[in-house]
Design a protein around this ligand. Structure first.
Ligand code: GTP
Ligand code: MG
Ligand code: ZN
Length: 292
C-alpha cells in the first residue's frame, strides 16, 4: 500500500489539480465526486505513477473564498490571509462587483484591500476620489501602476498567502509578473500583438513569492453571486450596516423601504454610499428569489 503524501493545491484546471508536496509536484484527480477542491487547499494524495496522483482527502480549512449562484458554487481559494480586489479606471469599473467581492471577503472572514492599478491613466484620479469612502470603511486603498512601480503592493505581501481577484483586464496577471518574473503569465498584449484574441487568465494558480509568501492569480470575473449567505449574514458583511443594526424601528427591518429605518436614513443623509446600499438591495433580492 502506498503511503499518503500531504501537499497543497497550487493550480486548478477543471477537474485536474496540481499538488505541491515535499516529494515533488503531482498532477492529481479526485476520487469520484467529493465536493469542491480549491486552490491552496491542503490535501492528502495517493500516488498513481511517477507524476500523477489521486486526492484522497481535503484537510480542514482556515477559510474558503467562494461565490455561488442558485445552481452551484465556484471555489476561488482556501486558507488565504488577505484578498486584494484589483480595479482600474480602464476597463470601466463596476461598483457592484467591487461590493460583492468585499461582501464575500467579509463573509469568509478574510481581510480585504483594494488595489487601484493603472495610475498612469489620467482617468484614475476620479476613481480614487470615488473610492475614498471605502478606505474609511476599513478597506485600505493601494494605488499603483503595475508597469511602473510595484513597491506599494510588495510591502503588503511578505510571508502571507494572498489572492488577487477582480474584473478581466484590470491587470492581475501583470501585477504577478512584475512581482514574480518567473511566473511569466501570458497577459493581454502578447495576444494583441499576435492577434489571437484575448489572453485572459482561465485558471486559478498559486505562485511563490521570492521573499516568502505566495500570491494567487484568478480568472477575471463579471458576476459574483452570494447565494450562500442568508439575510443576517448579508447585513453583517456590510460594516456600515452592521454598525447600525438594532437602531431601526422594526427589529426585523430589511432596510429596503421600511419607515424609520436607520440604514435608509443614513443613505439619505449620505453617511452610507448609495452604491453600497444598491448592492445590498440587489443581493437581498437575489436571496429572496425562488430557488429551484
Ligand atoms: N496603462 C496600464 N496598463 C496596464 C497596467 N497594468 C496592466 N495593464 C494592461 O492591462 C491589460 C490587462 O492586463 P492583465 O494582467 O492581462 O489583466 P488581468 O486582470 O489578469 O485579466 P484577466 O486574466 O482577463 O482576468 C494588459 O494590456 C496590460 O498591459 C498599468 O499599470 N498601466
Ligand atoms: Mg489574468
Ligand atoms: Zn432598517
Amino acid at each position: 500500500m502506498t503511503a499518503l503524501l500531504t501537499g497543497r493545491v497550487t493550480a486548478v484546471h477543471g477537474s485536474r489539480f496540481l499538488v505541491d508536496t515535499t516529494g515533488g509536484i503531482f498532477d492529481c484527480v479526485t476520487r469520484g465526486k467529493k465536493g469542491g477542491i480549491a486552490c491552496n487547499d491542503r490535501v492528502e494524495i495517493k500516488l498513481t505513477g511517477s507524476s500523477g496522483g489521486v486526492i484522497e482527502k481535503t484537510l480542514p480549512r482556515d477559510n474558503l473564498l467562494y461565490r455561488s449562484d442558485r445552481f452551484r458554487s465556484k471555489l476561488l481559494a482556501a486558507n488565504v490571509d488577505q484578498i486584494f480586489i484589483v480595479t482600474a479606471a480602464v476597463p470601466s469599473p463596476n461598483p457592484d462587483l467591487l461590493n460583492r467581492c468585499l461582501v464575500a471577503a467579509e463573509a469568509a472572514g478574510i481581510p480585504a484591500r483594494i488595489v487601484v492599478n493603472k495610475t498612469d491613466l489620467p482617468e484614475t484620479a476620479a476613481l480614487l476620489t470615488r473610492l475614498q469612502p471605502y478606505e474609511e470603511l476599513g478597506y485600505p486603498l493601494i494605488a499603483l501602476a503595475a508597469k511602473q512601480d510595484i513597491e506599494p503592493l510588495r510591502r503588503w505581501l511578505a510571508d502571507k498567502t494572498s489572492i488577487l481577484i477582480g474584473a478581466s483586464g484590470v491587470g492581475k496577471s501583470t501585477l504577478i509578473n512584475q512581482l514574480i518574473p518567473e511566473a511569466d503569465i501570458a497577459t493581454r498584449e502578447v495576444s494583441e500583438a499576435l492577434d489571437t484574441g484575448k489572453h485572459t487568465t482561465t485558471n486559478t494558480r498559486l505562485y511563490n513569492l521570492p521573499g516568502g509568501g505566495a500570491l494567487i492569480d484568478s480568472p477575471g470575473m463579471q458576476e459574483f453571486g452570494l447565494q450562500h449567505l442568508d439575510s443576517a449574514g448579508l447585513q453583517a458583511a456590510f460594516p456600515e450596516i452592521r454598525a447600525l443594526i438594532g437602531q431601526c424601528r422594526f427589529y426585523n427591518c430589511r432596510h429596503m423601504k421600511e419607515p424609520n429605518c436607520a440604514i435608509l436614513d443614513a443613505v439619505k443623509s449620505g453617511k452610507i454610499l448609495t452604491e453600497r446600499w444598491r448592492s445590498y438591495q440587489s443581493l437581498l433580492n437575489e436571496l429572496d428569489a425562488p430557488k429551484y
